[in-house]
Write a protein that binds this ligand. Structure first.
Ligand code: HGY
Ligand code: MN
Ligand code: MN
Length: 398
């Protein structure tokens, strides 16, 4: 029998690992002390629930259903953004655990580094073979720490790889992290598809110089190149994008980043997302051409880092149907279909097995911030839908 109080208590306990900032914010980046401590606590809760905790070499934590029969995998991730909310990922892991306590044939997972301290959805990307362990180990965070070095902090916990063929499918409950459910007053969403993403670092190199004595017309100011690139891009992308297309310059570092020095270098992240792979490709061409136009026009050196990409994925019709029936059963017509503008581990897992996703509302549509929150009644509704769907899906898989 589902125990909503136990589920909510688990969520509040998990939030305490890396509790930060206002509200229920967290700082729990992959392989940090709070992340590792949280994973060890989740492993203990898995064991109490009758699952077999199993860390793999990446630090992905599985709670394996007893016996050798195929099981349905439920879960998400428990690492957070540098400034994150208490529910992003955590909701899916703790709801999966509560369902596994009540529905036979359910295993649980908390993937590592979904939030991309080192890349994006790195733990499930390695597990699904999207990238090799060696490739992942070479990734570095913005402080230059390699994933290989960071994950060595979990050395000794690993029991080796988990074979994906032991699972019949994957379902992930996640907060919407957007405004639609909150705006429309709906209780849940069944996801139709997950956007694709492209992400790369770009560098403009100009000329470092004195901020007081260098006339404006003689400057090769790398920040101004970045500003001009960003403004020009709005215009160049206009005829290619839709209202749902997004692009973000989220990380910027200026060198030497001093008030009295004209910056000689601007290094920044360029990320874009869309549901159409062909549009992602056209955007890449425009982004590269616009950066080149700015560099040539202002006498800057231009360099591009390696590009990370994931393709858009659709949801499995059978598992999606189980979520739709679960939603209808639990909250009548108070649910809808939504595409996911956020990336999720389900994108990588879809390479291995059928996947489907369920969203719970985000208050004010806020996420990737300390203010992220969801009404507790909506958390319980989502739990009930996930349990109803898992009951159907695991029965069908037998
Ligand atoms: O960025 C994303 O979409 C995910 O929340 N990491
Ligand atoms: Mn997430
Ligand atoms: Mn996130």
């Amino acid at each position: 029998m589902l125990n909503p109080d136990r589920f909510l208590s688990d969520l509040h306990t998990l939030r305490r690992f890396g509790a930060s900032g206002v509200g229920r914010g967290v700082r729990r980046p992959a392989y940090s002390d709070p992340d590792i401590a949280a994973r060890e606590w989740i492993a203990a809760r898995m064991a109490e629930a009758g699952l077999r905790p199993h860390f793999d070499d990446m630090g992905n934590l599985f709670g394996l259903a007893p016996g050798d029969a195929s099981s349905l995998l439920l879960g998400s991730h428990s690492d957070s953004q540098p400034e994150g909310g208490w529910l992003d990922g955590a909701l899916g892991v703790m709801a999966a655990l509560e369902v596994a306590r009540c529905v036979p044939g359910v295993s649980v997972v908390s993937f590592q580094d979904e939030e991309g301290r080192f890349g994006a959805t790195t733990g499930s990307a390695v597990w699904s073979g999207q990238i090799s362990q060696a490739e992942a180990d070479a990734f570095t965070d913005h402080d230059g720490v390699s994933l290989g070095r960071a994950r060595s902090r979990m050395e000794g916990l690993s029991s080796g790889p988990v074979d994906p063929s032991r699972f019949s499918g994957f379902m992930e409950l996640h907060i919407e992290q957007g405004p639609v459910l909150d705006r429309d007053g709906k209780r849940a969403a069944v996801v139709t598809d997950i956007v694709g993403i492209r992400d790369m670092m770009v560098t403009f190199d100009g000329e470092q110089n004195h901020a007081g004595t260098t006339p404006m017309h003689l400057r090769r100011d790398a920040f101004r190149a970045l500003a001009q690139f960003s403004a020009l891009l709005e215009d160049r992308l206009r005829n290619v994008v839709t209202p749902q297309t997004v692009w973000t310059i989220g990380h910027v570092s200026l060198h030497p980043n001093a008030s009295s020095i004209v910056p000689g270098r601007a290094r920044f992240s360029m990320q874009w997302r869309d549901r159409d792979p062909e549009r992602l490709g056209r955007m890449e061409n425009i982004i590269r051409a616009t950066a080149r136009e700015v560099a040539d026009g202002g006498g800057f050196e231009l360099s591009f880092g390696s590009m990370f990409g994931l393709e858009p994925v659709g949801m499995d019709p059978r598992l999606r149907r189980a979520l739709e029936q679960g939603a209808q059963e639990v909250c009548g017509d108070e649910w809808l279909h939504l595409p996911s503008g956020a990336l999720h581990d389900a994108t990588n897992v879809a390479r291995l097995m059928p996947v489907a996703m369920l969203f719970a509302p985000s208050i004010g549509g806020r996420s990737h911030c300390f203010e992220e929150d969801t009404e507790e009644a909506d958390l319980i509704t989502a739990l009930r839908i996930l349990a109803a769907a898992a009951t159907r899906a695991s029965a069908q898989a037998m």
